[in-house]
Design a protein around this ligand. Structure first.
Ligand code: GUN
Ligand code: ZN
Length: 433
């Protein structure tokens, strides 16, 4: 049995800090004990150190915060190479940059190279789980899952379904997308730590027949996810309404096909109508909040407060490559500003919750990951609070944990990530630490 202990400041959540007072635990000098890839204990060093067998190695991270691995609830691995594409709103951005880039993923070797690079980036940013778009090529998903399996990561991904309004080289058909997705589900869903998401790109690039086939896949394979985009941009909404004329609103095109529910994750949700909010809430559907992407494409400001009031599960998404950073911390800096522009304050505790246990709940994985309860998978990252001179200087002026967390969500990035562990195995070590 492998055992190892890690000593640092430790923070994790047991519940949503906005809704419950005793929702988090913080040990200023804490120990996380890992046995065979799972959390064996988490608590104050004073209590746990004397009980550890002498053979157990204790790795100490001074001036650091150890937290559950970040969870990215919406990201596109094939868009890694096109981050920071200039000047366009969503629909033009897709046509000008995204679709040509995704065409390259017909080549599995190319896809394998990008998948490895992408996973290196996620881990270097402290992210251990993500809900990931491939492209419409099944081989893009083969490449991605193979790379994840080799590193024993907990990941969810799927082949994009898109049968209209895009270049021919990216289009599938309702039937072929059903057959290809089904084969991928049978091969990869619940294989080790991997799970499958049925992934119609969005209602503008799927016929109603294809959306129906997506619904059929969900019914035939209970437990698989649904992952798509919703109500991101006003031109997109008009386009969707012009295509799916029999639906009252954008969400109606998905609802009609049976795509709403507990394991359904909709990215963006910026311009929802009242009835759409209502259907999201009553079906238990989840939202990926992607502030960096929403600012970058000029899409709009997500109403987090309304989503919280409705009781809708919310996770944080980087949405690479419309988002501009792999870092959950940098994305939280934008989340704060997006809320501030609407007159709201996003608290630092809520921010860390969103990036950890909130993300796990959004993905219905909170029985496995998201905090350090006994038996959970030991996915975690270590943040160096003194990684830059400015951070060290600013931290010296903090009076509380909350203030330190706020400084981190405002200023920290991948330079602060000392290391990242997945299922107890170190998968990233910062060469500059
Ligand atoms: N809507 C449809 N496809 C995409 C995509 O690739 N990125 C974003 N941000 N929105 C989309
Ligand atoms: Zn997206």
């Amino acid at each position: 049995m492998s055992k190892a202990a890690y000593r640092a400041g430790i923070l994790h959540f047991l519940d949503d800090p906005d809704q419950h007072k005793d929702s988090w635990e913080y040990y200023e000098d804490g120990i996380l004990l890992v046995e065979d890839g799972h959390v064996a204990a988490c608590g104050p060093a004073d209590d746990l150190l004397p009980k550890l067998a002498p053979a157990i190695e204790v790795t100490h991270f001074p001036d650091s915060l150890l937290v559950p691995g970040f969870i990215d609830t919406h990201i596109h691995y094939p868009q890694t190479e096109m981050i920071a594409a200039y000047g366009e709103h969503l629909l033009e951005w897709l046509n000008t940059y995204t679709f040509p880039t995704e065409t390259q993923f017909a080549d599995q070797e190319y896809a394998e190279k990008v998948a490895e690079f992408f996973l290196d980036q996620l881990l270097a940013n402290g992210t251990t789980t993500a809900l990931v778009f491939g492209t419409s090529h099944p081989q893009s998903v083969e490449a991605f899952f193979s790379a994840c399996e080799a590193r024993k990561l907990r990941m969810i991904a799927g082949k994009v379904m898109m049968d209209q309004n895009a270049p021919d080289s990216l289009l599938d058909t309702a039937d072929s997308s059903y057959a290809d997705s089904k084969a991928l589900i049978e091969k990869w869903h619940n294989r080790g730590r991997l799970r499958y998401a049925v992934t119609p790109r969005f209602a503008a690039t799927s016929s109603s027949e294809q959306l129906q086939r997506a619904g059929q896949l969900l019914r035939e394979h209970p437990g698989v996810y649904l992952h798509t985009h919703l109500s991101e941009n006003t031109d997109e909404i008009e386009l969707v309404k012009s295509i799916h004329r029999d639906c009252d609103h954008y969400l109606g095109s998905y609802d009609k096909a049976g795509l709403l529910g507990k394991r359904s994750v909709f990215a963006h949700c910026i311009h929802l109508e009242d009835e759409e909010w209502q259907r999201m809430a009553e079906t238990g559907s989840a939202i990926a909040f992607c502030p960096s992407s929403n600012l970058f494409l000029g899409s709009g400001l997500f109403n987090l407060r309304r989503a919280v009031e409705k009781g809708i599960p919310i996770g944080l998404g980087t949405d690479i490559g419309a988002g501009t950073s792999f870092s959950a911390l940098r994305t939280l800096a934008d989340a704060y500003k997006v809320q501030k522009l609407q007159g709201h304050k996003l608290s630092p505790l809520k921010s860390f919750y969103l990036a950890t246990l909130g993300g796990a709940r959004c993905l219905d994985l909170d029985d496995l990951i998201g905090n350090f309860e006994h038996g959970k998978e030991a996915d975690f990252t270590v943040i160096d609070k003194h990684a830059s001179e400015l951070l060290r200087f600013r931290m010296g002026n903090c009076d509380s944990l909350e203030e330190e967390l706020f400084v981190l969500t405002t200023m920290a990035d991948d330079r602060c990530i000392s290391g990242t562990w997945s299922a107890g195995v170190q998968r990233y070590a910062n060469p500059n630490a």
